[in-house]
Design a protein around this ligand. Sequence first.
Ligand SMILES: Nc1ncnc2c1ncn2[C@@H]1O[C@H](COP(=O)(O)OP(=O)(O)O)[C@@H](O)[C@H]1O
Ligand SMILES: [Mg+2]
Length: 383
Amino acid sequence: MSALLELQRELALESDIDKVLGRITAAATSLLDAERATLYVVDEARHELWSRVVTQSEFKELRLPLDGRSLAAEVSRSGRPLRIADPYGDPRFDPSVDARTGFRTRSLLVLPIDSRARERLGVLQIVNVRESVDQREGMFEESHETLGMALAASAGIALEYVRLTAELAQERLHQVRIAEETRHRLARDLHDGVAQTLANTALGIEIAQKRAQQDLPGALAELGTVRERVLEAQRGLRDILFALRPVVLEEEGLPAAVRALAQRIDGTAGSHVVPRNVDATRRLSPEAEAGAFHVIREAVTNAIKTGRAGVVSIDVRDDAGGLTALVEDDGVGFDVAATLSSYASRGSLGMLQMRESARLIGAQLTIDSSPGHGTRVRLRVPS
Ligand SMILES: Nc1ncnc2c1ncn2[C@@H]1O[C@H](COP(=O)(O)OP(=O)(O)O)[C@@H](O)[C@H]1O
Ligand SMILES: [Mg+2]
C-alpha cells in the first residue's frame, strides 16, 4: 500500500509521459514481484498494439496486430483481465516471441488499460511472478490482479491526459487557422470593395475640381457620381460590419438579427429571402447566438449564391430545451458528401466553418440536399 501511495505521489509530480509509464511498469514488476512487464499502447492508425514501455527485454519495440494471436491483443479486444498459469497450454498465447529471445514465459497477468469513457488505450502485461514460500508456485493471484488493475488505472489516466493535451493543441491550431481565414476574407472584402471605391472617389473629386474652372455643370454632375460611389462604399462597409458583428444581434437577439439579415440580402441575385417562422423568444448565451447567426448567414448566402433559388425561407423557433433554425431553398441543390470531402482542394471554407461554428456552440447541424431538390440546413442549438 505504501509503495502504491509513493508511486501515486511521484506520478502527480512527473509531467513526462514516458517517465510516468516507465514508473508504472517498473512498479508492476516490483510490487507484484514479477520478472518483467510490458505496457502496450493501442495504435489506432496501424491497428496494432505497440510496446511503449518494456522492462528488461531483448526487444526495443514489439508490435502486435490488434486482431492477431497474442494474449495482449486478446485482452485489448475483450477488455477482460487474464491470469494464465500455463501459457504454452493456451491457444491464445503466441510463443514466437519466446522462441526468438530464449526467454521462457511461465505465468502471465494481462490487464486492460482503459480511459474513463471505457475506451481501450492499452494493455499492461506482467510476466513470471517469482515463486516464494507462501505463494502457490508461479501463479498470479487475485491480489496481484487487484494491484495490477490499480496500476493499469493510473496508466489509463496518464494516457488519457496525454491524449487530451494533444487534442487541445490541435484544437488551438485549428482556431488560429479559422481566425486567420476570417481575417483574410475581411481583408479581401475591404480591398476589393471599400478601398477600391475610395480610390475612385478621390480621382472623381480631382476631375470635378479641374472641370469646375470652365464647366461648372459638368463638375457638378461628376460630383453627383462621386456621391453615389461614396454611398456605395458606405453600404459595403455596413455589410462588412453587419457580417462582423451585427449590433442588432446583441441588442435584440437572434430573430431580430435574422430578420435584418433577410431584409439586407433579399433581392440579391434575383432571389427572395423570407423570414417565415422567425418567432423564437428564448435568449441564448451571446456566443451561442453569434455562432447560430454565423451558420444561418452562411446558409442563406450559399442559397442565393448559386443564383437559382427562387425562395429562401428561414425559420427560427423555440423548441423543448433550445432553439431550431432552418434555412430552406428551392434552388439547384448539391451533393453534400462530395462537397465536404473535396475541401482539401477547394479555396473556400464556408461549410466547414458552418460545421465548426455549430460544434463550438454544442449545436447539431444537418445539411440535407441533392442535385435538383433544393437544400435544407437545420441547426439545433441547446440553451
Ligand atoms: N444552398 C445551396 N444550394 C446549392 N449549392 C450549395 C448550397 N450550399 C452550398 N452549395 C454548394 O456547396 C459549395 C460549398 O459551399 P461553401 O463551403 O459555403 O463555399 P462557397 O460558398 O465559398 O463556395 C458551394 O460552392 C455550392 O456549390
Ligand atoms: Mg459559402
